[in-house]
Design a protein around this ligand. Structure first.
Ligand code: CDP
Length: 218
């Protein structure tokens, strides 16, 4: 791992994306939502009518997929994903994607495909990467790990206020109980309960734990 990585994991709507963007902006590091990668693949299965109930056809399908990463000049905007040349961004919040993503994310072939691309990003970037298994599986050796959580009521309310139709509790159940890379508090992670904190308070709390040269003044 050439670049440094801050891993931010946690359940759906715990604030990971907003906090990760804020931390990335404070440091000038590159923001990456690993969930976007899973959502892009989930959208591809919907587009190509690949059944998530058929692991064999999904394994054959993913082996021939071409995922292209387009980097924005602004590092905090992260990457856009093209699947077979088609921009996945407009589709990532589709309701069919929300219902499919945790099913396909449980498959080791999908995780291997995505993890290779997530790790490659660290070869030439300092990253703030958010997801479910970043500190536990993707970058287990990084010294900077956070786990964000919030009460189920607050998380459901946050997602509803974004206007998204989502299946937060069902995805949490699938993500926490799967055999491969389940959602868990990574060893050594700092746990932040965001239930009663503002976004700025969570970002400041995370920054205070980092002790990075970028953050020292004078
Ligand atoms: O934004 P939210 O936390 O609701 O979800 P997301 O980060 O966009 O992730 C969508 C889904 O992708 C999750 O519910 C997981 O099933 C899967 N995922 C995963 O398995 N591992 C990751 N590192 C990131 C996402």
């Amino acid at each position: 791992m050439a670049g440094r990585v801050i891993a931010i994991d946690g359940p759906a709507a715990s604030g990971k994306s907003s906090v990760s963007r804020g931390v990335a902006a404070a440091l000038g590091w590159f923001f990456v939502s690993s969930g976007h990668f899973y959502r892009a693949i989930a959208w591809g299965t919907v587009r190509d009518q690949i059944s998530s109930n058929s692991p064999d056809s999904l394994i054959a399908w993913i082996a021939t997929r071409k995922l292209t990463l387009l980097e924005d000049e602004d590092p905090t905007k992260g990457v856009s994903l093209l699947l077979d040349g088609e921009n996945a961004s407009p589709h990532l919040s589709d309701s069919q994607v929300a219902t499919t993503v945790s099913v396909i994310a449980a498959m080791p072939a999908v995780r291997d495909f995505i993890n290779a691309r997530l790790r490659a990003l660290s070869e030439n970037h300092d990253l703030v990467m958010e997801g479910r298994d970043i500190g536990s599986v993707v970058f287990p050796l990084t010294p900077w790990k956070f786990y964000l959580d919030a009460s189920p009521e607050v998380r459901a309310r946050r997602r509803a206020s974004e206007g998204a139709i989502d299946t937060v509790s069902e995805r949490d159940r699938l993500d926490s109980t799967r055999a491969t890379a389940p959602l868990t508090v990574p060893p050594g992670a700092i746990v932040i309960d965001t239930t009663h904190l503002t976004l700025d308070q969570v970002i400041q709390t995370a920054l205070e734990h980092l002790h990075l040269p970028e953050l020292t003044t004078g």
